[in-house]
Write a protein that binds this ligand. Structure first.
Ligand SMILES: [Zn+2]
Length: 111
């Protein structure tokens, strides 16, 4: 039922993959290259099947490594690149992510 947290995490990872792709694979702003499109699809699928449901923490802190190794390496590269930039480029979304990791509660208003 309560899968809102997962949807939000999916939204966040979508933004992160787009930022990473735009910086590394060209200057296209919306469309993803085939590789990143596949990565995002895979990530969203993992999220959907996450055994922790809405109670899950950030994937980076999760002890269940549900990604296959090559996808995991790619997603880590995306997180390393986009993670720190989320706070500056997407303040509301970045803040929301931080707030969620800190106390798992209260969302700021949507942008
Ligand atoms: Zn790409």
């Amino acid at each position: 039922m309560a899968r809102k947290g997962l949807a939000r995490e999916g939204e966040t990872i979508g933004v992160m993959v787009r930022m990473y792709c735009a910086a590394h694979h060209g200057d296209h702003d919306r469309a993803l290259c085939a590789e990143c499109d596949e990565l995002l699809r895979y990530a969203l699928q993992r999220l959907e099947r996450c055994p922790f449901g809405d109670g899950k923490g950030p994937c980076s802190k999760c002890e269940v490594h549900c990604y296959k190794p090559d996808m995991r390496a790619q997603v880590q590269a995306v997180m390393r690149y986009a993670g720190p930039r989320m706070l500056t480029r997407h303040p509301v979304m970045g803040l929301r992510h931080v707030v969620k990791s800190l106390k798992g509660g209260k969302q700021p208003a949507r942008e």
